[in-house]
Design a protein around this ligand. Sequence first.
Ligand SMILES: [Zn+2]
Length: 57
Amino acid sequence: MTSPAWPLAVPEPKPGCATCAHLCQLRRQAQATGDGSATSDANVRLRRHFAEDHSDT
Ligand SMILES: [Zn+2]
């Protein structure tokens, strides 16, 4: 296994999906401020959003 940037894989944001864009923005902001708990929170929300709204892939 290689070392991933995230503890768990986080999917690529879907083009045109406002929720993906919003959550990725939150994650970028959290990373920029070095807020690890906010970063993992954003990752969790992204993965849950994908499971609920993009489960076709
Ligand atoms: Zn989405």
